[in-house]
Ligand binder design. Sequence first.
Ligand code: HEC
Length: 224
Amino acid sequence: MNVGWLEVVLITLLISVVVSLVLARGRHWLEPGFWKVAAVITSSVMTITLVLLTVDTSRKISMGSKRVPSPSVINREIGYVYSPDRRAMVPTLGKEVGLFGKVWSEEEAEKLITKGKLVIQSRNCMDCHTLLGNGAYYAPDLTKAWLDPKWEKQLIPMTGANTKEEAMKAFLMNPDKYPTWVRRMPNLRLSEDEAVAVVAYLKWMSAIDTNGFPANFPEVKVSQ
Ligand code: HEC
């Protein structure tokens, strides 16, 4: 059975009512004691439900789970297609293509992504951007930035780079030099290593299944 929010609410309510009625049996419903038992049982059942939901959520949002890929996904081609069953765009994985001309081991990829996250935190990118919907709305959401067709269409020609990752790196190191929008991104003086790490982080993030958030990204097909 697929347990969704409705099932969780109904099961929690049912258990609370049944256990309360059993433990408060013999008492009239107008007695304060009846409601005292009901309050204690309901609070306890709700606490257990919240703990179970928290454990379930932590499992689902950890790296290597169904929706959040493990770091080495940065080596794969990442597609984005519409799933009629899910009624949302979902990431798909294609063949191994590497990143910056190299295939990263699981440990190397994890280190790189962690560095990318720290660079993003150190520069407060969320003052302007959102990541997974968190942050500010001055500049585009970066959750699926890797899949933005603008890297191939605009930035590769503008920067003269050979690959999408090189174009993204060039933009991140000199965003003032390669403007593509009405608002400009300031030069945050990212070193080459820092820009590479941010590209890896953004590529990894684009492979997270976010139920199609944010909207309006075109389909990207990959060779399986
Ligand atoms: C002062 C606001 C501001 C800050 C801080 C900022 N950006 Fe930006 N960023 C922008 C704007 C504006 C754009 C659009 C610029 C353009 O397209 O020429 C942009 C564009 C981007 C893009 C391209 C997104 C796309 O799909 O079009 C990426 C990637 C990006 N920023 C990453 C970062 C990272 C990483 C940081 C932190 C290291 C950062 N930005 C910090 C304002 C900001």
